[in-house]
Design a protein around this ligand. Structure first.
Ligand SMILES: NC(=O)c1ccc[n+]([C@@H]2O[C@H](COP(=O)([O-])OP(=O)(O)OC[C@H]3O[C@@H](n4cnc5c(N)ncnc54)[C@H](O)[C@@H]3O)[C@@H](O)[C@H]2O)c1
Length: 358
């Protein structure tokens, strides 16, 4: 069934098999859980965040169709798949800066955790779709732009490696055991409840307080999506007939390429701020990085059309950060992590300058 936006819909109140959402307490997972419950799905949300700290699911905890499972991916068992026709796998150590400091931990969570889940899925037998959340970090310097789904995995940092290795595991288990895999790859996803460590959040937060925006590098590019657009694509993939999507990968993005220097200016403007923009050196592996994904396959097969432009996504996210800054300032303070070994040059309001790393 389709609605007049071309999106698949489900009749209200229809009984569905449950969807297992891993990483349910996180940014993307909690948005997906909420949307699935609204559509009438039964949902199991798995995460290592203790229930009492799963703030993003506070209202869902008592929902009759929701069950929270406080458990690590690494300990999931085949029997845990019973009654679930779809696994939406979003759990990950998703912070790139942490991956530089803790690459082994990141690999353990992202690769070993994914393999544990794949083993449970293939031994459990009930799952008709296993959907993997891929990252733009799996591609460092693209061979062509915009990248389409045939582009090879070319990670340039430890986080990208862990996500690419996990994706390779997904396709290996698909080929070896017939795990019904689907991959959805996205660039940067922003919106309400995004992680505080992501650069766009830090820039908006600092700009709102008149503090400098610190840009690591500047000329590398990003393909930015709004969370509602990404969740819409996940819903379409969940609702699509397995024969249409299993074995397929889709990029879900705006399709537009913007330098991070440009994104920094948008953040400052959206915050209505005159904050200075400072440049420090690139993160390892980031110089020369570009990111833009083709939206063609997602549009053709899933019927997914992104509705929010990257600039509008920044503006909508700024609105949320403003609310947060006004109502719960103590919870929103991002950790300041300017690289210790790089020169920082403070310039006047509105200026953007290049500063060489030392
Ligand atoms: N946010 C983005 O910009 C973006 C872009 C592309 C891809 N992704 C991918 O989307 C997914 C969700 O990202 P997010 O931004 O919501 O991150 P997030 O950190 O907010 O959520 C991830 C959740 O996974 C949980 N988790 C981590 N390890 C686990 C384990 N071993 N067992 C159970 N739970 C575990 C965490 O506790 C957290 O709640 C990730 O796979 C990430 O790689 C995110």
């Amino acid at each position: 069934m389709s609605n007049n936006n071309g999106h698949h819909t489900l009749p209200a109140g229809e009984a569905h098999d449950a969807v297992l959402v891993t990483g349910a307490a996180g940014f993307g997972g909690s948005h997906l859980v909420r949307s699935l419950l609204k559509l009438g799905y039964r949902v199991t949300g798995l995460d290592i965040v203790p229930p009492s700290h799963a703030d993003l699911l506070r209202r869902e905890m008592d929902h009759p169709n929701f069950r929270y499972r406080w458990q690590s991916l690494q300990d999931i068992q085949p029997g845990d798949m019973d009654g679930h026709s779809v696994v939406a796998h979003l759990a990950a150590q998703a912070d790139t800066p942490l991956a530089f400091e803790s690459p082994r931990y990141t690999v353990m969570q992202n690769v070993e955790g994914t393999v544990a889940l794949l083993e449970a899925v293939r031994r459990g037998g009930a799952v008709k779709k296993f959907i993997y959340s891929g990252s733009g970090n799996e591609y460092g310097r693209p061979l062509s732009l915009p990248m389409d789904e045939t582009h090879p995995l070319t990670p340039h940092n430890p986080y990208g490696f862990s996500k690419a290795a996990a994706e390779l595991a997904v396709w290996s288990w698909h080929r070896a055991y017939g795990v019904p895999a689907v991959a959805l790859g996205t660039g940067v996803v922003i919106g309400p409840h995004m992680r505080r460590e992501v650069f766009i959040f830090k820039w908006l937060w600092n700009a709102l307080r008149g503090r400098p925006i610190v840009v690591e590098g500047g000329q590398q590019t990003r393909d930015v999506s709004y969370i509602d657009d990404v969740v819409a694509a996940w819903l379409l993939a969940i609702q699509a007939p397995p024969e249409v999507v299993v074995g397929e990968k889709f990029f879900v993005s705006s399709g537009a390429e913007h330098t991070v220097a440009e994104l920094a200016r948008w953040c400052r403007d959206a915050a209505g701020s005159q904050a200075a923009i400072e440049r420090v050196g690139y993160r390892p592996g980031e110089e020369g990085q570009r990111e833009a994904f083709s939206t063609e396959k997602a549009r053709r097969v899933l019927g997914h059309v992104p509705r929010v432009s990257p600039k509008e996504a920044v503006r909508l996210t700024a609105d949320w950060v403003k609310t947060l800054a006004e109502t719960r300032p103590e919870e929103a303070e991002p950790v300041a992590i300017p690289p210790q070994d790089q020169a920082v040059q403070v310039v006047g309001p509105g200026e953007v300058v290049n500063v060489q790393s030392v």
